[in-house]
Write a protein that binds this ligand. Structure first.
Ligand code: AKB
Length: 339
């Protein structure tokens, strides 16, 4: 008998840590195994059943995993983020797209082996959107899943294409084969806004200015924000992002009218984030020195998202609005973290 498990790829990132915390505290959950090229931070290891240091491009390794375990659900978090990806787009494509194909293929094979569909949960991103200019962005308001799908970054292109791949593997994989595919993957994706965690800092993203500003202030370090004060994109506190992943994973299939969902919480300007940061860390030294090329990326992302489909289909409801995110989660947790 192979052991039933949940697999998290890219588990040593900030979403991975949050997800492991949450899953390891839940009753009646299969144990978690993690796959990350960097391994897993020591303090997280007791929370998981096995840590595999490895690459999602290593198909032999993925094959070994499905022979050793019965994987019920895959949370495929491994990815190179938007800023990082622009420095080496082809590497990003390999990791973000080929890596996802490898995992989808593995999950399909696993579905056959266990005679039951494997759930495949995929964090997509606001980077799939591309608004042509600031007046259009201002006029567009909260945009729905089908609007402005013209990403300008390799990461955004990768995420959008992987959403299509997910739907393909879920509904059309090997559609011309002589024998019908009895078990395909159960693919579900959320398009995340920028995420802000009190415990970890992201690396290589373009929405990173918000968490960077706050973490720098908490440590008494000066921070030069790389976007203009009036820059507005949607954000979410990390606990809500984990709630969204788990709620989507647990939603009854018959409730899902689509496979890719927007989720969002609040849409502050960079100046509003600064003001809230200063209201606690009054001595913080925050300046604005826009990096024009990173600014252009953020300007192409929407100011707000329409997440009504997620609210309707699987009861999505963020716990934290902007004020609550700062007062009840970010400030107390971050203050404790840096003493
Ligand atoms: C990034 O900035 O690349 C990510 C994202 C918006 O998906 N945080």
């Amino acid at each position: 008998m192979r052991k039933k498990v949940i697999l998290i790829t890219g588990a040593n990132g900030e979403v991975g840590h949050g997800l492991i915390h949450q899953l390891s505290g839940m009753a009646d959950m299969p144990p978690v195994i993690v796959l990350d090229i960097r391994g897993l931070d020591d303090h997280m290891r007791p929370r998981v059943y096995e840590t595999i240091v490895g690459d999602i491009l290593d198909t032999a390794l993925l094959e070994t995993l499905i022979n050793e375990y019965e994987i019920e659900t895959v949370y495929h978090l491994a990815a190179l983020l938007s800023t990082h990806s622009e420095f080496n787009p082809e590497v990003a494509h390999r990791v973000n797209v080929q890596g996802t194909v490898n995992l989808l293929r593995m999950a399909t094979e696993q579905s056959h082996l266990r005679g039951q569909t494997v759930k495949f949960i995929f964090p997509s991103s606001i980077a799939v959107y591309g608004l042509p200019d600031l007046p259009t962005k201002a006029a567009a308001g909260a945009i729905s899943e089908e609007q402005f799908l013209n990403p300008t970054t390799m990461y955004g292109c990768n995420k959008l294409y992987c959403e299509h791949l997910g739907r393909y593997y879920a509904f059309h994989y090997r559609q011309l084969a002589v024998t019908d595919e009895l078990y395909r993957v159960d693919f579900r994706a959320v398009r995340f806004p920028g995420l802000i965690s009190a415990l970890t800092l992201p690396t290589g993203g373009t929405s990173d200015y918000a968490p960077e500003m706050l973490h720098a202030a908490a440590q008494g370090k000066p921070y030069a924000c790389f976007v203009r004060e009036d820059t507005r994109i949607p954000f979410m506190a990390m606990p809500d992002a984990i709630t969204a992943l788990l709620a989507l994973a647990n939603a009854p299939t018959e409730h899902l009218s689509q496979r890719v969902y927007n989720v969002t919480s609040f849409s502050p300007t960079a100046a509003e984030i600064r003001d809230l940061t200063l209201s606690t860390f009054s001595g913080a030294h925050i300046t604005f020195q826009p990096h024009m090329k990173r600014q252009a990326i953020v300007d192409s992302w929407p100011a707000d998202l329409d997440d009504s489909a997620a609210r309707r289909d699987w009861g999505w409801q963020p716990k934290y609005d902007l004020r609550a995110a700062f007062d009840e989660y970010l400030i107390p947790t971050i203050a404790k973290r840096y003493g």
